[in-house]
Design a protein around this ligand. Structure first.
Ligand code: FMN
Length: 177
């Protein structure tokens, strides 16, 4: 599949079929994220991985908002997505940290589609509980929970609700809205 075809197929399913996943199932996605570009090559992405059946799975699931828990509970793995807010070489603030993590996760999600998996991010979770669970140092910031899994039978991708191209891509001199 081309990148465009992977992007067309990727969607946030809000339903998984409960199949457990192994690290090997996720490896294509994680390796793709690892190779992502970042400002100063700072590689601000940090991930904590919990496979279905591991104690960490229920611990991460418990940090999700109740509405997100209803579908996340059937994922094959939950990935906690974090950013390192400082430049490793200097200790200064990495102003592009969230952008870098977003790029890595975006690439990871397309690679999951290529691997026959579906994934969905949730920003609705208890960040304080997440920080306490993982005993995160101050420079590591929680961003989302990423659920990965296999779709229930017959469930495919949905029609995309997106803005038109002219509402997102402009020429210099256009009124940007
Ligand atoms: C960073 C991020 C956080 C999100 N948080 C939630 C969430 O907490 N709950 C939810 O139901 N969907 C969440 N979503 C899913 C979005 O609603 C979804 O991506 C959007 O509607 C576009 O649909 P699509 O991913 O199927 O193309 C989140 C998506 C992203 C990228």
């Amino acid at each position: 599949m081309s990148i465009l075809q992977l992007a067309q197929k990727r969607h946030s399913p809000r339903a998984f079929n409960g199949t457990p996943l192994a690290w090997e199932d996720l490896a294509n996605g994680f390796e793709t994220a690892r190779l992502s570009s970042s400002s100063y090559n700072n590689q601000p992405w940090r991930f904590v991985v919990a496979l279905r059946g591991e104690a960490g799975f229920n611990a991460l699931l418990a940090t999700a908002n109740p509405s997100n828990r209803t579908w996340m509970k059937d994922a094959g793995a939950i990935v906690g997505v974090m950013s390192s807010k400082i430049l490793q070489k200097t200790g200064e603030k990495d102003h592009a940290a969230m952008l870098g993590v977003g790029m890595a996760v975006g690439a990871m999600e397309l690679a999951f589609v290529e691997s026959g998996l579906a994934s969905m991010q949730a920003g609705g979770f208890d960040r304080k509980a997440f920080v306490e669970l993982l005993q995160l140092p101050d420079h590591i910031s929680p961003l989302s929970l990423l659920a990965v899994g296999r779709l229930p039978d017959g469930q495919g991708h949905t029609v995309k609700d997106r803005m038109a191209m002219e509402d997102i891509a402009f020429k210099v001199g256009d009124k940007i809205r």
